[in-house]
Design a protein around this ligand. Structure first.
Ligand code: NAD
Length: 324
């Protein structure tokens, strides 16, 4: 019997369907939330959330496939997985609407000063008003126009916002079809009232938004990061918020997670934070659960699973007799 290690915390939490599906297909499953270097030895497949999967773990393992519960694979040593012929699959689009809705929630909350007003009224019992902004006619800059960036654009356009996009890998006609304008990053930062980040974390995007980039933003503008913490230089953001370089920010993701209680972010004005919950809706979780489970079932039934990110491995699978 094949054994699957489930590390993704939310797997099977919203419905029994994915667990049943794996059991009906003859898999034995074990859950853990933390992983030790030697843990993977006893398993044939792993469904991983945000836990780190290192070369050392894979070197000493019997794992044949890694199914990422989500789309960001920065926690997995992809080079090592590829070298060992292990396909790494993702669950694209499963959580795009959920993350886009959180992004819009942040944009609404920042523009209406929702959290600040709630805190003043609820905690201090002070009935003090403050002036917010309408979104109609405001400019939203979207950095990274993939599944999530596109869902954000659709929603912003419905609200009458103007959408600027920076994504060097997206064709101009795709942007045109959406009614968005493609621009370089610096121009996007200078012109936007809201800047929202939707790029993967990699060598090129680490600290993409640093002190210099923050200094290009309008003093009245807001930064929203629901991508990965490392895309923003947190120290530079703290400075920018404290010295009024930008009007505010909203973060769902952090350099270090869980966010340490002594993080300087806790002392920042005009900052809204959520604990990496962008993908945490019932609908997105069930979609991700099923897509991850299907990848594993497909693989052990001799089919190349869908959404393999290390595509070099696909050739090797086909050579071994896997079917498309
Ligand atoms: P995606 O792969 O569909 O889109 C990413 C886009 O970024 C692509 O269009 C790509 O061309 C673009 N891009 C890459 N490098 C860029 C660069 N240097 N500058 C500008 N654009 C660049 O991914 P997605 O599903 O839209 O997700 C985006 C990111 O959001 C993920 O990588 C993940 O880290 C994060 N995410 C967070 C949550 C959460 O819970 N907060 C949930 C899902 C995804």
């Amino acid at each position: 019997m094949k054994r699957i290690l489930i590390l993704a915390r939310t797997f099977g939490k919203c419905s029994d369907e994915p667990v049943k599906f794996l059991r009906e297909n003859g898999f034995e499953i074990e859950r853990k939330e933390k992983i030790e270097p030697r843990d993977l030895k006893e398993f044939n497949a792993v469904i991983v959330g945000l836990q780190k999967i290192t070369r050392e773990m894979l070197e000493n393992s019997n794992v044949k496939i890694i199914a990422k519960h989500g789309v960001g694979v920065d926690n997995i040593d992809l080079d090592a997985a590829t070298e060992f012929g292990i396909p790494v699959t993702i669950t694209p689009n499963a959580n795009a609407v959920s993350v886009a809705e959180l992004t819009m929630t942040f944009i609404f909350a920042l523009s209406k000063k929702l959290v600040e007003l709630h805190k003043t009224l609820y905690e201090k019992r002070q009935f003090v008003s403050s002036t917010g902004l309408e979104l109609l006619g405001k400019t939203l800059g979207i950095v990274g126009f993939g599944s999530i960036g596109k869902e954000v654009a659709k929603r912003a356009l419905c609200l009458g916002m103007q959408v600027l996009v920076h994504d060097p890998y997206v064709e101009a006609n795709v942007l045109k079809e959406f009614g968005a304008e493609g621009v370089e990053l610096d121009e996007l930062l200078k012109r936007s009232d809201f800047v929202s980040l939707h790029v993967p974390l990699n060598e090129k995007t680490r600290h993409l938004i640093d002190r210099e980039k923050l200094s290009l933003m309008k003093k009245t503008a807001y930064l929203i990061n629901t991508a990965r913490g490392g895309v923003v230089d947190e120290n530079a953001l703290v400075e920018a918020l404290k010295n009024g370089q930008i009007a505010g920010a909203a973060l769902d993701v952090f350099d270090l997670e869980p966010l340490p209680p002594d993080s300087p972010l806790f002392d920042c004005p005009n900052l809204i934070m959520t604990p990496h919950v962008g993908a945490h809706t019932y609908e997105a979780i069930l979609r991700m659960n099923m897509m991850a489970a299907e990848s594993i079932v497909d693989f052990f039934n001799g089919r190349v699973p869908k959404h393999v990110v290390n595509s070099e491995v696909i050739e090797k699978l086909l050579e071994k007799g896997f079917k498309r």
